[in-house]
Design a protein around this ligand. Structure first.
Ligand SMILES: Nc1ncnc2c1ncn2[C@@H]1O[C@H](COP(=O)(O)OP(=O)(O)OP(=O)(O)O)[C@@H](O)[C@H]1O
Length: 279
């Protein structure tokens, strides 16, 4: 696969999903840009700083980090899309944007169906409430009503396997326990689109195995899944489509074997030594 067939950064056409499946789109991402603005000087937000420094141009005070630079892609229902890329490539930013947590600075994202994400649920959890209460919160955040949540509660609690901790405030949970409950809630909501960001890298070996099996189950149910992972083996095993991001740009899209191979080659050679046409 040549780079020219797969690179979609900038204002070019959206990268299509695997061709010939005839399924409707689950997610459409159109020329999405996301820029974070952070103070150049950490003291810049203090009153003292503002009073004691002469007025400066905004560009002198604020540093812009272009986390996504014109990402376009269409993802068909039932796709299991792997998202790979080096640290800081923009993977989590893309997930937050698709989840609707982070509005794009430019471009647009359309999600067709109910979306569930570990990320959004993690944000929605309240540490002062028990696990049980947070299951309800998470369910409501995912768009379910109380009856639908009650129907799923036992399954969620059994999957998370937290014992008595399910009735303890979540601030008493270890990060592994927190992750287990978040994963259980997000995967039992029967979402049309599920976003999973590095869930498999957290937790112990048993949790990883269980999470992996749960994702397989969802894959078999033809849910649409976005899976961010540094574990190339997992991406190759579970995904039928893959995107590689680098410094906010979409470098390549296509078969997970080919995309991850190109990504690994790129990492090994060092980005300075490689031009995009080589991959
Ligand atoms: N809240 C934020 N405020 C400012 N800059 C941010 C914020 N979150 C991410 N960034 C920056 O945006 C860029 C993309 O970050 P992002 O977390 O999306 O990358 P990533 O591919 O998920 O990385 P990793 O593999 O390390 O998790 C990085 O340069 C990062 O420093």
């Amino acid at each position: 696969m040549s780079a020219s067939e797969t690179v979609t950064a900038g204002r070019g056409p959206a990268a299509p999903g695997p061709p010939g499946r005839g399924r409707p789109w689950a997610v459409q991402v159109r020329d999405v840009h996301i820029t974070y603005r952070v103070p150049r000087d950490p003291r810049a937000n203090t009153l003292r700083y503002r009073l004691t420094r002469p007025a400066r141009r905004r560009s002198e005070l604020v540093r812009e980090i272009k986390a996504l630079r014109g990402i376009s892609m269409d993802v068909a229902h039932g796709t299991v899309l792997g998202v790979v890329g080096a640290n800081g490539a923009g993977k989590s930013t893309l997930m937050r944007a698709v989840a609707g947590i982070l509005p794009p600075s430019g471009g647009e994202i359309e999600v067709h169906g109910r979306i569930s994400t570990l990320l959004a649920l993690g944000v929605g959890f309240n540490g002062n409430l028990s696990g049980r209460e947070n299951v309800v919160l998470g369910g409501l955040a995912a768009g379910l009503n109380r009856r639908q949540i009650a129907e799923r509660y036992e399954q969620i609690a059994a999957w998370a396997d937290l014992g008595d901790f399910i009735d303890m405030p979540m601030k008493t949970y270890s990060s592994g326990m927190y992750g287990r409950l978040a994963f259980a809630v997000s995967t039992h909501m029967e979402p049309d689109v599920l976003l999973i960001d590095e869930a498999l890298s957290a937790g112990d070996a048993k949790f990883k195995r269980k999470s992996y099996d749960k994702i397989r189950e969802l894959v078999d149910q033809a849910r649409t899944i976005f899976l961010v992972s540094h574990a190339v083996g997992t991406i190759r095993d579970l995904c039928d489509d893959c995107v590689w991001l680098h410094r906010g740009r979409l470098m390549m899209r296509g078969d997970p074997q080919q995309v991850t191979a190109a990504y690994i080659r790129f990492q090994e050679v060092g980005e300075d030594a490689v031009v995009l046409e080589d991959v």
